[in-house]
Design a binder for this molecule. Structure first.
Ligand code: SAM
Length: 463
């Protein structure tokens, strides 16, 4: 447990002493100078890069009670006795002291610091592992992308006006909280009195496969309408305040019709809300995203579609299968496996002739028919085939066979869903590469499961 009190100290023009003139001392001196402290460095040897800094240099050894008159002390010498003496002298005079890398001789620590304009974040690891503090600082820096400083600058101006115009503290706080939220929603330009719908692809399973933009939209959402195939981490943990509406389709269980989903999107946006429609994979690949955007257009609601990694791409990548390859596949075709020869509109002859990798979605139930139809239309029976189940999830698995053998090979096997079927010469890469491909899904989570429902059917099941 970290029991340190984080405080930000005003050191402008305050005398501070650094004992030691090496590299480590240099790092601390620079941090003090950023706070505009009046820094004196005491050491017999001073490294060259410190000489050009706006500091006072005293080429001397430390003597007892040299700390007197200073507001803050840093000891960065390699002499344990000197360091201890500095600590004891500082303690005697009640001056905060930090002996570098000796937590027991510190009354304060200097954390890893992230700074962007007036935003300053200091990270403490309780002296346990400063390198981890730096790692967290870099993470913050990647997240802020240089936008927080600017956002704070604008908020500060607005705050000044609000402070002058609103009297009650609680009202000021409420208004400011709203403004802060809006400032972070800047990439989500709110329409006049109306909200906006983000149709976001959540990726195939692994929650880390969402795009940064998709994640940002979730963070800004007031309402999230989510499918069954979306990872719970993305739905429930990124933005705990947003209202969650489950609109997944489950066979034989409670389910929401496509019309209802579209009405919900419109209604929520009309209330001025930021609505995220979170869909598995990519919203425009077998996701009925097209219907949703049509409905939004009809209702006059602004929307943005944020692409996601579709299941076929995620599944293939995870098992080292290149969907196109210079010599084996000039293209990739994504196909619904729900339609078969009798009821579908696929041009099976063209599919069989194409020098293309075929990726079937929602096709596991029809796999024998798919294989037989392709062979009947001229595809070689020896063409390799892979069924990738729970792709990009911890339980991901691959089953490899060929068009002519798959029906027999599957006898007694249980194939988990969701799954895609990849057909083409490129599947052979998996065998060659499998010892070297190491795909690590981000978390130990149970597979989400697609309940065997085919969203291309129009059936609606009510609870
Ligand atoms: C209704 S489609 C939705 C596809 C989604 N929009 C996409 O771009 O991936 C559902 C089908 O996607 C495939 N699928 C979804 N997630 C999968 C996963 N993690 N691994 C393998 N196949 C998956 C399965 O074929 C499943 O039946």
């Amino acid at each position: 447990m970290n029991r340190l009190l984080p405080i930000f100290v005003k050191l402008e023009n305050q005398p501070c002493l650094v004992v030691g003139g090496g590299k480590i001392a240099g790092q601390k001196i620079k941090q003090l100078l950023e706070s505009k402290a009046d820094v004196t460095v005491k050491a017999l040897e001073i490294s060259d890069d410190l000489k050009s800094l706006p500091i006072t240099i005293e080429k001397a050894v430390y003597r007892e009670n040299d700390v007197k008159g200073y507001k803050l002390i840093i000891a960065a010498t390699d002499d344990d006795n000197v360091n201890r003496q500095i600590y004891e002298d500082s303690q005697k005079d009640g001056i905060p002291v930090n002996v570098v890398d000796q937590p027991s001789l510190c009354t304060f620590y200097m954390g890893s610091v992230f700074q962007d304009g007036d935003v300053k974040v200091a990270i403490s690891t309780n002296g346990k592992c400063p390198s981890f503090g730096k790692y967290i600082r870099d993470h913050i820096s990647n997240t802020s992308k240089g936008m927080w400083g600017k956002a704070l600058g604008k908020l500060a101006l607005q705050r000044e006006k609000i402070i002058n115009s609103i009297l009650s503290y609680s009202e000021k706080q409420l208004v400011m909280e709203e403004l802060v939220k809006d400032s972070q929603n800047k990439f989500i330009q709110k329409q006049v009195q109306r909200g906006k719908v983000f149709i976001v692809g959540a990726g195939p399973g692994d929650p880390e496969l969402i795009t940064v933009k998709g994640l940002h939209a979730i963070q800004c959402a007031d309402v999230i309408l989510h499918d069954a195939l979306v990872h719970p981490h993305l739905v429930f943990e990124i933005n705990t305040n947003a209202e969650k509406i489950f609109v997944g389709k489950r066979e034989g269980k409670h389910s929401v019709s496509q019309d209802t989903i579209q009405s919900l999107l419109t209604e929520e946006a009309n209330k001025g809300k930021i609505v995220v429609r979170l869909k598995g994979g990519d919203p425009f690949i077998f996701g009925r995203g097209a219907e949703e955007v049509e409905a939004l257009k009809k209702a006059g609601i602004t929307f943005e579609v944020i692409a996601g990694i579709t299941a076929g791409l995620g599944a293939a990548a995870g098992f080292g299968i290149p969907l196109t390859s210079r010599n084996e596949a000039q293209s990739t075709t994504l196909i619904t496996g729900h339609q078969c020869e009798k009821n579908g509109r696929h041009n099976w002859k063209a599919l069989a002739d194409l020098d293309s990798t075929l990726v079937f979605y929602m096709g596991v139930k029809n796999i024998s028919k798919i294989a037989a139809t392709l062979i009947k239309n001229g595809k070689l029976g020896s063409t390799p085939l892979a069924i990738v189940q729970n792709g990009t999830m911890v339980s991901q698995a691959i089953f490899v066979s060929t068009l002519e053998k798959v029906e027999k090979a599957l006898k007694g096997e249980s194939i988990k869903t969701p799954a895609v079927i990849i057909i083409g010469e490129v599947v052979r890469h998996h065998k060659r590469l499998q010892k070297f491909v190491e795909s690590i899904p981000s978390e130990q989570v149970d597979p989400v499961g697609d309940f065997g429902f085919d969203i291309w059917k129009t059936d609606v099941f009510e609870a």
